[in-house]
Design a protein around this ligand. Sequence first.
Ligand code: SDX
Length: 426
Amino acid sequence: MTDSLSIRDNRTGRDYEIAITDGTIRAADLKQIALDGEPGLATYDPGFVNTASCRSAITYIDGDAGVLEYRGYPIEQLAESSSYLEVAYLLLNGELPTSDELAGWTHEVTHHTFLHENLKQFIQGFRYDAHPMGMLMASVSALSTYYPDAREIADPENRRLQITRLVAKMPTLGAFAYRHGQGKPYVYPDNDLSYTANFLAMLFKMSEQKYNADERLIKALEVLFILHADHEQNCSTNAVRSVGSSQVDPYSAVAAGIGALYGPLHGGANEAVLKMLRRIGTVDKVGEFIEGVKAGKEKLMGFGHRVYKNYDPRATIIKKACDDVFAVTGVNPLLKIAMELEKIALEDEYFISRKLYPNVDFYSGLIYEALQFPPEMFTVLFAIPRTSGWLAQWQELLMDKDQKIARPKQIYTGARTRDFIPIEKR
Ligand code: SDX
């Protein structure tokens, strides 16, 4: 037996051998299968449901077994024992840092958290009620104009500098967007604080000299940031890779990722979950809501996943982190509705047959709300940590000799050649 397919084209009676490598066939190998004078076969795969776009060594997911590993390290161990910056280093460099490497990386990031002062005016230009994701997407794009050297993507040193700037500045941009919406003054980064403690200070500091968040909340945010850092070829990573394949600067590629993440079917789901729970209102209304979902009226936001056909391992960890946060903030009353939804859904044939389980977004919003974030900030809290994953994937794309500019084919269904009709004859 060989690792190949024997294909007979019944239209011509011709036989073909197509190699199988890593559980895939190269779509380009299908082009040889053609009728005389016609273009060869291509694959049609809306949403890339069954198409590998790249080789990657960054994140491994086994959707059936509910396994998630960053560079081979199980997410459960990283959430338990690591920090977000250590995980970002791992994703970007492939190995866990030594203590000197981590100290150097932390120093670098800490000293790139400030923004050019003009960005304050830029953010001031948004309406008071502008969605923070719209502000974040726009301001990351704007950042590309402050660092024109970022276009030198072939220079490893330059790439490393831009990656450091983006990882460092995302919390500042997210906090400034939040403060703009609150009508509060911007809080500058405090270099004495850790990555997540500094982020909380830039969000919530008022007149106090030093803003010291509760250690348990800092730890919970570290865990949430670790869980959201990367997730192989999801919609927003695909956007970053596709835009990055044109060899544009990393700020523009990350801005594209933010745009994709903004959607309610992707990172915007955490905000949608909170609004859904609020709309259900009480536990006794859950049954009626579930019937509406089964009738196709709407989706159960925070449930389902393209890859996980079992429990999303991140949801399990986040559910545990809820307890730690609620010990500080008090239990979020919406938790009972979420748990009732989960209980009913996990026993109902509609969800079981479609293998719909809670995903990373189902419980995260409950924690964010308990941390006093408004729902429109939830996806910003997803984009900030995902930036290290996006950049690790972007860097891997640039180093991959197999990769070229993304330009898929189409099946043309429109009208063919016809003559122009003057307007008086239409
Ligand atoms: C994230 O890809 C990633 O890795 C993403 C992510 C990451 O870390 O980057 O994990 C983050 O985006 C998590 C997902 C957050 N989105 C939501 O919670 C929104 C609700 N979920 C769905 O929209 C949906 O489950 C998706 C988008 C997540 C996955 O969609 P798929 O894989 O395209 O599946 P599908 O839409 O084809 O659904 C299969 C069936 C359909 O039913 P039928 O048409 O066959 O009858 O399941 C149904 C769907 O209608 N279905 C749901 C449902 N999700 C799927 N029905 C009710 N509620 C849902 N949530």
